[in-house]
Design a protein around this ligand. Structure first.
Ligand SMILES: C[S@@+](CC[C@H](N)C(=O)[O-])C[C@H]1O[C@@H](n2cnc3c(N)ncnc32)[C@H](O)[C@@H]1O
Length: 289
């Protein structure tokens, strides 16, 4: 794992731990790499390509990346540490955390979102319907630490090196008309048969339902027709549920399916007890390596 950069945002569904399995399955030569559901940015930041497009409809995370790109690493780290000082953030200061949360919800300084996630419960990001950041304090659990600082510095440094564009579009509105067979689109959408905080449609952002699933599959079919390479992360089975739409689509198009090893997920907090615990995480591609 030494050579991969880990996003400083602890993102639900983040692909950092899967990178050693995912990246060897990507094409070797890429002109523009589109990370269509970039989330924590774990994939886009680690892919070798001439140009990178980071897109996510969670505009606040995209605003944060824009801010990372426009400031020096020292300025960013100084700002973060100053904010921690100003609000006296610690493992136990709930009031300080709530005061910063209020400030962020009023002023929307993108860097404050990063500071908040350093102290939020499980370092999570979530907004309510009014776009207010609403994760509670991670009392006695979450704080800005040396590891987070290291991840922040490496992530920002890499972002500065890259020829990167940012977009906060719904994937359906993203203009992909210029893409050619030299380009590559990676999709890591919310999974239809699992639950992330971003896919219930009650967070002020579009949720993920059959409608979105069908639209995305249609978009990928169209890219395939135009000779644009893509890879789609997903699960075919999770806790006894199957994604029948996805399976059928794969069969119709005869796309490639790589089954990934998710052991890392279970080793931390629970072991597989029954078949219903099995998650079949896959990467689906329309190209041969
Ligand atoms: C599984 S996460 C991506 C994680 C990312 N690959 C990583 O490694 O950090 C899925 C992302 O899709 C975004 N998303 C959900 N619906 C979307 C939509 N309609 N258009 C664009 N992005 C969307 C969510 O905000 C979330 O960040």
């Amino acid at each position: 794992m030494q050579s991969y950069i880990c996003s400083p945002m602890n993102y639900i569904g983040g692909k950092y731990k899967l990178l050693p399995q995912l990246l060897p399955l990507f094409p070797k030569k890429i002109d523009t790499f589109v990370d269509m559901f970039c989330g924590g940015g774990n994939v886009g930041i680690n892919v070798e390509a001439n140009k990178l497009l980071l897109n996510d409809n969670l505009l606040y995370i995209v605003d944060l990346y824009k801010q990372f790109k426009s400031m020096t690493t020292t300025e960013i780290v100084n700002y973060v540490e100053q904010r921690i000082d100003d609000f006296k953030l610690s493992l136990t200061n709930t009031d300080g955390y709530l005061a910063l949360r209020n400030a962020y919800n009023q002023e929307r300084n993108p860097l404050d979102l990063f500071v908040l996630t350093a102290y939020s419960f499980n370092h999570q990001i979530r907004f309510n319907n009014n776009h207010q950041f609403n994760i509670p304090f991670g009392k006695n659990r979450s704080r800005y630490n040396a590891n987070m600082k290291k991840n922040l510095e490496l992530f920002v440094a890499k972002l500065h090196e890259l020829d990167v564009e940012f977009s906060s579009s719904n994937f359906e509105e993203l203009d992909l008309s210029e893409l050619t067979s030299d380009d590559f689109v990676y999709c890591d959408p919310p999974y239809l048969i699992t639950t992330g905080t971003y896919n219930d449609g009650k967070r002020g952002f579009t949720g993920w339902s059959h409608r979105e699933e069908m639209k995305l599959l249609a978009l990928l079919s169209e890219l395939n027709r135009k000779g644009v390479r893509f890879a789609l992360s997903n699960v075919l089975m999770h806790k006894g549920r199957n994604n029948a739409i996805l399976k059928q689509w794969i069969e119709i198009h005869n796309f490639n399916v790589y089954h990934l090893n998710m052991d890392y997920q279970n080793s931390n907090y629970h072991s597989i007890n029954s078949k219903s615990d099995i998650t079949d995480e896959v990467l689906i591609t329309n190209y041969v390596l």
